[in-house]
Write a new protein. Structure first.
Length: 186
């Protein structure tokens, strides 16, 4: 299925010249003179290189033939991150380059989708909304109720900004694409 410039968005997987890419940045530009275009940064699944690519109206590209398999994150052995297919119990390791920016969001036992291209693991997709426990955050003080924010460390070690009403032990949802607090879990 051929896609065009208007189909582009952050996170989309595309194939150009036989190479699968992920769109990591996307900007629609409408100059005062001339046709609109889309300026992107795309990252190769095969070698991890990020390139700048400008798409004009009429440019066509394909969706890559990727296979996604749900797997469970087991552990980080220092060289690779280990995952297990919960149906077959097969285990695979992905390098930090293959995991990319998602590395900081993993916690033991977390489910994710491993991407395969030509039967080789090339990357990982995680949910954009994941539940974490707040492990460390400064205490609240009287008067801290106005829309301000404070830093909080969550279960995987990442630090994000949260509203003042969040305390240690609270379970929250985090937007993994923007590294932002979304809401308190019920």
């Amino acid at each position: 299925m051929a896609l065009s410039m208007s189909d582009l968005k952050k996170g989309l997987k595309i194939e150009m010249n036989g190479v699968p890419y992920r769109v990591v940045e996307y900007q629609h530009v409408k100059p005062g003179k001339g046709p609109a275009f889309v300026r992107t940064k795309i990252k190769s699944f095969l070698n991890g290189k990020v390139i700048d690519k400008t798409f004009k109206p009429g440019d066509k590209f394909e969706l890559p033939d990727l296979k996604e398999i749900k797997m469970q994150f087991l552990y980080d052995d220092g060289e690779m991150m280990q995952f297990m297919n919960t149906d077959t119990y097969d285990q695979i390791g992905l390098t930090y380059d293959q995991v990319g920016d998602n590395e900081k969001w993993f916690i033991d036992g977390m489910m994710c989708s491993i991407l395969f291209y030509n039967d080789k693991p090339i990357g990982v997709d995680i949910d954009t909304k994941i539940k974490y426990t707040v492990t460390e955050t400064p205490p609240n003080f009287k008067g801290d109720s106005q829309g301000g924010k404070k830093p909080a460390t969550i279960a995987n070690g990442a630090v994000i900004q949260v509203p003042f009403h969040i305390v240690e032990g609270d379970v929250i949802f985090v937007d993994t694409q923007n590294c932002e607090y979304l809401e308190k879990a019920k």
